[in-house]
Write a new protein. Structure first.
Length: 220
């Protein structure tokens, strides 16, 4: 595995190259280093190399390793990029700075209540089940208008849409569809693209890419 600073530089260069092809500014694309299953010792070299935006999949895992890291580095930003259970909403609001997986009415209610209680109004992405896969989280495309209306009615700060395209299929059409859905609903941001396809996502409008193995190596 390449050392963390080199891996980070490589990913940033690839984002910049993809943005240039799309006639976009690389500054318009936020790199989220997804550190799920990796210990604090693996995260610290990326922090030392200048990375400040990180992502975790699970509330419980984030709670175990991030409070100490954030105390040492108060300028870090932590995004929840995995599924969120409604009963973990309070913890998630306390731990994270952004939620990427708002996908159902019950979670709208839980997050709105948790944010009001904590006095923290985090930006959120609505996760769309872009490939209509039964086993995946995310709001069905047909249900998106109603969910957005509910979230806005609950005063949640929905800034964009998020998706995970089906595995083993060319992702470009799914990214293009998410980009169109976001535009149709007046949303600024698109959280799409991971280690295998983030360059394609950048060329198709991603504002946030969620990169894990290209930075940290394969998960154990």
């Amino acid at each position: 595995m390449t050392d963390p600073a080199t891996a980070l530089s490589d990913v940033r260069n690839r984002i910049a190259h993809a943005a240039k092809i799309a006639r976009r500014s690389a500054d318009d694309v936020a790199l989220i280093a997804v550190s799920k299953t990796h210990p604090a010792e693996a995260i610290m070299p990326l922090i030392a190399a200048g990375q400040r935006l990180f992502g975790e999949n699970r509330v419980q895992e984030a709670a175990a390793k991030w409070p100490a890291l954030r105390e040492a580095h108060p300028d870090l930003s932590l995004h929840l990029v995995g599924q969120l259970q409604s009963n973990k909403a309070d913890e998630a609001v306390a731990l994270f700075d952004c939620i990427h997986s708002l996908d159902r009415p019950s979670l709208v209610t839980a997050l709105a209540r948790a944010m009001d209680k904590a006095g923290r109004h985090l930006p959120c992405f609505v996760q769309v089940n872009i490939g209509a896969e039964e086993q995946k989280g995310g709001c069905a495309i047909a249900d998106l208008p109603a969910l957005l209306a509910q979230a806005r009615g609950a005063d949640l700060n929905v800034i964009g849409l998020m998706c995970v395209p089906p595995l083993g299929i060319e992702p470009a059409p799914f990214f293009a569809l998410l980009d169109k859905l976001a535009a149709d609903h007046g949303l600024r941001d698109r959280s799409m693209g991971m280690s295998d396809d983030f360059e394609t996502a950048v060329m198709l409008g991603a504002t946030h890419v969620r990169v894990g193995s290209a930075l940290f190596g394969a998960r154990s």
